[in-house]
Design a protein around this ligand. Structure first.
Ligand code: G1P
Length: 297
């Protein structure tokens, strides 16, 4: 029997320069998708998967993130006294239980592998999840929950995987899979951001991982990889060489790259269209602008 996954690491130390000037004073993870901060989507997904301990790897300038997860007693009192029960419920759903959330600082931007390694003492000797909040996944069953269920059968390490166009391989960790059939694919190797001509496949790693503590031991060596950074992909790939299996999990759902402006906008439209209170107006608006655009051409 594999050990239950109850801890998740959220690497959120990045400066979010692609979203300047917004990110000059607001952490990227607090930017809103419809009316919820990006990070709330990741937290909800983690909770659905049974995660009870949330570890944020942060950096200077991210204090708004800590405030966001704090109870806002003044606001709570205000809503209560005005009988605004629905809003109170929305607010309460964002509160974290005392002691459930921890913040670790990554003092130097040395890469994703290094960020994960910074949380090693809080993980100890058990499996853990890593969630990159930039990757927002809309799915009937939340992606990490799908993975946890599959992981209970496989053990080892598991990464979310998705096929990407060949010319995009240099933006992702890429799996070397041999036979690529079924939902769970065993990897023979993994490479970080290979050029299309060097890529072993077009099956890319998306920002959801379930990893064993051996990956943290591998990270202890602090080997530099692609871009001169300490890469999580390399530490996972090292496990394959040591006989620990790595599985790509082809999740059911739609992934949005909210680390890019285009992806963020697409996610905004898609999530808004999924909301009953917004669907009709937005649909009409989109229809109108597309028609007037066509008419102008
Ligand atoms: C990171 C990982 C990469 C993965 C990607 C998924 O890259 O290093 O292996 O495919 O996330 O979004 P980043 O996008 O941070 O450059």
């Amino acid at each position: 029997m594999v050990r239950k996954v109850t801890k998740a690491i959220f690497p959120v130390a990045g400066m979010g320069t692609r979203f300047l000037p917004a990110t000059k004073s607001v952490p990227k993870e607090i930017m809103t998708l419809v009316d919820r901060p990006l990070v709330q989507y990741a937290i909800d997904e983690a909770r659905a998967a049974g995660i009870t301990e949330f570890i944020f790897v942060t950096s200077r300038g991210k204090s708004a993130l800590e405030d966001y997860f704090d109870h806002n007693l003044v606001l709570e009192q205000d809503l209560k006294s005005k009988g605004k029960d629905e809003l109170l419920e929305v607010l309460n759903a964002t509160n974290m239980e005392s002691g459930a959330i921890a913040y670790i600082r990554q003092h130097k931007a040395l890469g994703l592998g290094h960020a994960v390694w910074c949380a090693r003492r809080l993980i100890g000797d058990e499996p853990f999840a890593v969630m990159l909040p930039d990757d927002v996944i809309s799915a009937d069953k939340p992606c990490l929950q799908q993975m946890v269920e599959a992981y209970e059968e496989t053990g080892g390490n598991m990464v979310a995987a998705m096929e990407v166009p060949n010319e995009k391989t240099s933006s992702y960790g890429i799996l070397d899979t041999g036979q690529n059939v079924g939902t769970v694919v065993r990897a023979k190797g993994m490479v970080e951001k290979p050029k299309p001509e060097d890529a072993p496949s077009n099956l890319a790693v998306i920002g959801r991982y379930i990893l064993g503590p051996s990956v943290l031991y591998n990270l202890n060596q602090k080997k530099k990889g692609s871009g001169g950074e300490i890469q999580l992909t390399d530490a996972i790939a090292e496990d394959i060489g040591n006989g620990v299996p790595v599985f790509g999990y082809k999740f059911d759902g739609q992934r949005f790259d909210c680390g890019s402006k285009a992806g963020f906008l697409q996610a905004t439209v898609s999530f808004a269209l999924a909301r009953e209170d917004l669907r009709e107006d937005l649909n009409q608006y989109l229809h109108d602008i597309v028609s007037s655009d066509r008419a102008a051409q």
